[in-house]
Design a protein around this ligand. Structure first.
Ligand SMILES: NC(=O)c1ccc[n+]([C@@H]2O[C@H](COP(=O)([O-])OP(=O)(O)OC[C@H]3O[C@@H](n4cnc5c(N)ncnc54)[C@H](OP(=O)(O)O)[C@@H]3O)[C@@H](O)[C@H]2O)c1
Length: 302
């Protein structure tokens, strides 16, 4: 399994949205899509950061076709506003990359009182996808790509404690949110298949890359991460490869989970990744779907 951007024919005329496109992996996904001719909408919460990212990309790819639309995934009102603005300007959507994410080091909630990582990483993308899916052509090249993480492996969904207040282990709420991204991607693919829809939902994980995700680390965590980093991590352009493969390859199988397969999934050759047994539980996935509809107030119709 390999991604060769140079071998992909021009995708001019096709449109992609990348959430969190201004930094880290989302930035590199945007670069990759722009290189093959996609018009890319940078869906970012901070317009200034998005503008700098666009300017930087335009310097290396002058023909890049990029637009910016404001989106705060932690705020469902902002998600609806984004979709309204998108619908005013664009008739269709070919690829949606649900990339944006936060990893918090303290307990935080969104304005509606929902744990911030669950709200941003999962619920915002659940709402965004449900509101955009009817813009996508019923075609195998239409893709929804969800960014999960190896952190899903040690996680479960705490239906009675979605804030993970009583959960054991550091990072339980982040792991839960990334497990939710993976289970949402799977469940979406099953529902697309059931309704004879050709759009494909795929999940990926990027391995580990030293991006803005780790900015809130304490100095000691940061120091250890930098020291060990060179052995255990890879660059953000390499970390973007699984998502670009899921978005662009004609060989993908809906519902697959791609990522680097070396060193326990931290880096290395692209392949189909191992997932936890828990993540395969279809009853949990359905329950998560129902909870997501309840918390977002959005009924997901296909
Ligand atoms: N880096 C890794 O090792 C790693 C490992 C596994 C999974 N991942 C996943 O990969 C994805 C990309 O992360 P990254 O490593 O590239 O981190 P990053 O450099 O921090 O980028 C995250 C992006 O998400 C945006 N974002 C955060 N909260 C948002 C919100 N409420 N609304 C809209 N956008 C928001 C950020 O915007 P601002 O710039 O405004 O903050 C930024 O553009 C995430 O889903 C992450 O969970 C990363």
């Amino acid at each position: 399994m390999e991604l060769k951007l140079g071998k992909i024919p021009s995708q001019k005329g096709r449109i992609a949205i990348v959430t969190g496109a201004n930094n880290g992996i989302g930035y590199e996904i945007t670069v990759g899509l722009a290189k093959v001719g996609y018009k890319v909408i940078l869906a970012c919460r901070n317009i200034e950061k998005a503008s700098s990212a666009r300017n930087k990309i335009m310097q290396s790819i002058p023909e890049a076709d990029l637009d910016i639309l404001q989106l705060d995934l932690s705020d469902l009102y902002s998600v609806r506003e984004f979709v309204n603005r998108y619908s005013e300007s664009y008739q269709k959507l070919d690829v949606l990359v649900n990339n944006a994410g936060v990893m918090t080091y303290s307990e935080q909630k969104n304005a509606a009182g929902i744990e911030l990582q669950f709200a941003t990483n999962h619920l915002g993308h659940f709402a965004l996808t449900s509101l955009l899916i009817n813009h996508m052509p019923n075609d195998e090249r239409s893709r929804i790509v969800s960014l999960s993480s190896v952190a899903h492996k040690s996680a479960t969904i705490h239906f009675d404690d979605i804030e993970c207040k009583n959960a054991k282990g550091y990072g339980a709420a982040y792991g839960q949110s990334k497990l939710a991204c993976l289970m949402f991607g799977d469940e979406l693919n099953r529902r697309l298949n059931k309704s004879d829809c050709k759009i494909r939902s795929l999940s990926v994980h990027p391995g580990v890359s030293d991006t803005g995700l780790f900015d809130e680390m304490s100095w000691i965590q940061s120091f250890l991460f930098k020291v060990l980093g060179s052995f255990m991590t890879h660059s953000s352009d390499k970390a973007a490869v699984p998502a670009l493969y899921a978005a662009l390859s004609s060989d993908v199988v809906g519902g697959d989970f791609y990522g680097p397969t070396g060193m326990g999934g931290l880096k290395g050759k692209l392949g189909v990744s191992k997932r936890s047994e828990y993540s395969k539980d279809m009853q949990v996935a359905e329950k998560l779907w129902d909870l997501s509809e309840e918390l977002s107030g959005i009924e997901f119709t296909l």
